[in-house]
Design a protein around this ligand. Sequence first.
Ligand code: COI
Length: 355
Amino acid sequence: SQAASSLRAASQPSVYSDDEYADVDWDRLGFGLTPADYMYVMRCFKDENFKGGQLSRYGNIELSPSAGVLNYGQGIYEGTKANRTEDGRILLFRPEQNATRMRRGAERMCMPSPSIEQFVDAVKETVLANRRWVPPAGKGSLYVRPLLLGSGPILGLAPAPEYTFLIYASPVRNYFKEGTAPLNLYIDEEFVRASPGGAGGVKTITNYAPVLKAIARAKNRGFSDVLYLDAVNRKYLEEVSSCNIFIVKGKLISTPASNGTILGGVTRKSIIEIARDHGYQVEERAIPVDELVDADEVFCTGTAVGVAPVGSITHENRRIEFKTEGRLVSQELYSTLVGLQTGRIEDKKGWTVEV
Ligand code: COI
């Protein structure tokens, strides 16, 4: 067989630690990498199916210099979180949504992908093996990062001959250094994130490095992150580098429609449903940047970000400010979302999966 697989993981786990918690200062968690003990690895050849996934100690992986992912960016990632309930259970949140999104992305990027069941089982196994890294209730989450990589060697521009599905995990809390304070976003006239016909709607790794420069420029100017406008008209809101965006006007909540250039976030989808349950009207539509001046509130949603209030958006040297105090719609919706994710609110939607 092609034993010389392009990726070899470290040794297999022999024992799982029974310590209740890893040695982590839970009060100091941000979004830095604190790798949990085990990662999950499963491989397959092009035109075959994934099988034989295994846990191994977290560690470096070996890749051919000519791996498709290294040369041509044939890779997709996902992000999901495991949370601990007050009574110590561990809950995943809609992992099948991540599985489905990875499958959609894999199709776009000409990659085979694990079945939904394989994906969800692998996430469960990874979380279970790393359970002592799931923070105590109220102290954060275990962020789970599935990757799908074109790991086989290829020189010409074509799909790689071999693929690796890998999951690692890290305990995290707030994504932004602002913590839970409102974000100040910047609309950069020069950069766009995605264009029609491109791959902005799937979670390919190639959507993320190109925004680093825009983020760096915004941070240098004192902003939290960048809000991108559409590539064609440079007029409609798209998303922030790492999260989706919503605007609130009275009982109407609007968010840019997923038209192929916007990442269909699991948190975005969940917040839309929660908002409708709470009696808000929610529209997915094209939102002209000019509408920002009339918005009461603006907030961002994402797995890593959660639901983050936006205090201001600066566009063409004009700073537009939004409500960040008193009873916030974003807070009302986030509180329900977190309640469901952490078992504080009974899950009648079947969104949580206990591991
Ligand atoms: C997530 O929210 O899980 C993401 O994948 C965004 C990433 C930039 C942290």
